[in-house]
Design a protein around this ligand. Structure first.
Ligand code: FES
Length: 125
């Protein structure tokens, strides 16, 4: 396992016995944090591929660490998502993303405002 440290630019290498680790990249990151480097920072939440908080660049492909299997017998390189500002280790600053997300209007909008607590009936065209 390797990752980028923005304060001291270098890739850090860890060796993991995959027989004593879960099959996913996120399992390996948690194993590193628990057993080798408690200061390692990375995000994860649902472990289900839903929220995307564990997104990283894994062997030059962007993906979710909770859904990406580690290939046995090979080196896996984990780096930050590209084009994102670094906070620390594998944590990127999501401010720009959330500002862009907030600025977008939803595709489907109600003509009448929603009355809180009242059922919304679907209507055809
Ligand atoms: S932990 Fe939620 S998408 Fe990976």
């Amino acid at each position: 396992m390797q990752w980028w440290n923005p304060e001291k630019p270098q890739l850090q290498e860890y060796h993991i016995n995959l027989k004593k680790c879960g099959p996913m990249v996120l399992d390996a990151l948690i194993k590193i944090k628990n057993e080798m480097d408690s200061k390692l920072m990375f995000r994860h939440s649902c472990w289900e591929g839903i929220y995307g908080s564990c997104a990283m660049n894994i062997d030059r492909c962007n993906g979710l660490t909770c859904l990406t299997k580690i290939e046995s017998g090979t080196n896996t390189t984990i780096t930050l998502l590209p084009h994102m500002f670094v906070i620390k280790d594998l944590v990127v600053d999501m401010t720009y993303f959330y500002n862009q997300y907030k600025s977008k209007e939803p595709w489907l909008k109600r003509k009448n405002p929603h009355v809180h607590g009242k059922e919304i009936i679907e209507q055809e065209g």
